[in-house]
Design a protein around this ligand. Structure first.
Ligand SMILES: *Cc1c(COP(=O)(O)O)cnc(C)c1O
Length: 397
């Protein structure tokens, strides 16, 4: 059907969208209103860790939706109890609070740290975050983020976020004073262009936090749930953070996120934290189905194997077209171009016929790859083949 048959004028304009709409998805493939297929290396921004409409998720959705959808967060339900205990048994954390988006989980982390500061640190409330970081789109999480320009769009910001530089420990230490309660960072900055915090830096942060009695918060909304080939990216270092947030892959595509903390940090009093949909059995049942697949050692090993294949292919293309290399952990990878052609490449890829390719360009000179974690070798090879074809047209012109 023609795109013009659909009246999109009632939707609030928040971003430039291409003139197409998706009607179906399966695994690594999406289908638009005309039946054209697209190989999807965005996957809802690293959300669909088992691909589109995976059978396991569909089954969990169907079964749980027939049993119970939302009894209220003020009552216990079985899927949320089970998912919480899976998460605590597979991490260094003791308690879980479920929410519905990454930003909401991060808001919870900020509230928890401030409350802990009130109780244990004389009302200290400031949180050191990183330049170019991304923590969400609520006012507080935008204030926590270090995206250029975000300090002025909806000014005034929420007070109390100091910005340091990733992988520069003295830039962190020089900001510490009596009012600082926590340090918060993404183990790999996603939106900034897949920039990993070095393992030494994470260790130094843990030491600083111990020295000054600060909480260390990792935002694993993008890096958690097997994305990097470990269940959580902090596990690449041997540090144990105090608080962690999860989102994106945890729901496999459904709105689900989580705030995890060590026992000593769990200081919310009744009424401090909540939310109408939080920990509902429908989303947590799906989260449970996802967790039981991705947490298996063989599955995480397969993520690393596929990551190698993708990485090697990107390195080959980087040499062939004199690009600036690739980087990343697991199936969160970026290819650095030698020009600002990323948006052209994204357009060209989408417009390929008969099959399109969906790519993401978080920076004008950078492509980011976030396939489903069960992407096949053949699909990775197809991506590389299509990239080669596009680069020939765009980069060699
Ligand atoms: C996507 C993302 C968020 C925000 O998650 P939403 O579900 O969009 O609110 C927060 N932190 C990081 C690191 C992210 O990648």
């Amino acid at each position: 059907m023609e795109f013009s048959k659909f009246d999109v004028s009632s939707l609030m304009e928040i971003t430039k969208r291409p003139d197409l709409l998706f009607v179906k998805g399966s695994g690594s493939w999406l289908e638009d209103q005309n039946g054209k297929r697209y190989l999807d290396f965005i996957q809802g921004w690293a959300v669909n860790c088992l691909g589109h409409s995976s059978p396991e998720m569909v089954l969990a959705l169907r079964n749980q939706s027939q049993l119970l959808i939302n009894p209220s967060p003020a009552f216990y339900n079985i899927p949320s109890i089970n998912l919480a205990s899976r998460l605590t048994h597979n991490s260094c954390f003791d308690k879980v609070f479920f929410a519905n988006s990454g930003a909401e989980a991060n808001e919870g982390a900020i509230k928890l740290a401030r409350k802990w500061g009130q109780i244990h640190k004389n009302g200290a409330y400031k949180i050191i975050t990183m330049k170019d970081s991304f923590h969400g789109r609520t006012i507080a999480t935008m204030s926590a983020s270090g995206k250029p320009g975000w300090d002025t769009i909806f000014a005034p910001q929420v007070d109390g976020f100091l910005k340091a530089e990733i992988n520069n420990i003295s830039s962190v230490e020089s900001l510490i004073d009596d009012n600082v309660v926590a340090i918060m960072l993404e183990p790999i900055q996603g939106e900034a262009g897949v920039i990993p915090a070095h393992i030494e830096f994470l260790k130094d942060l843990r030491n600083l936090a111990d020295k000054y009695n600060l909480l260390l918060i990792v935002d694993e909304v993008q890096t958690g749930m097997g994305r990097t080939g470990k269940l959580f990216a902090y596990q690449y270092s041997d540090i144990e953070p105090d608080i962690m947030t999860l989102g994106k892959g945890i729901g496999g595509g459904l709105p689900l996120s989580a705030l995890l903390a060590r026992e000593e940090v769990c200081v919310f009093a009744h009424g401090d934290q909540g939310g109408t949909y939080n920990g509902n059995p429908l989303c947590t049942a799906v989260g449970l189905a996802v967790f039981d697949i991705i947490s298996k050692k063989e599955f995480l090993d397969s993520v690393l194997r596929k990551a190698d294949r993708l990485s090697n292919g990107l390195i080959y293309l980087s040499h062939k077209y004199s690009l600036l290399g690739e980087r990343g952990f697991g199936l969160l990878r970026a290819l650095v171009l030698s020009s600002n052609d990323a948006n052209n490449i994204v357009e060209e890829a989408r417009n390929l016929t008969p099959e399109g390719l969906l790519l993401n360009a978080p920076r004008p000179n950078l492509l980011r790859f976030m396939p489903s974690l069960n992407v096949t070798d053949a699909e990775i090879d197809l991506l590389l083949e299509k990239l080669d074809y596009i680069f020939q047209k765009i980069i060699k012109k």
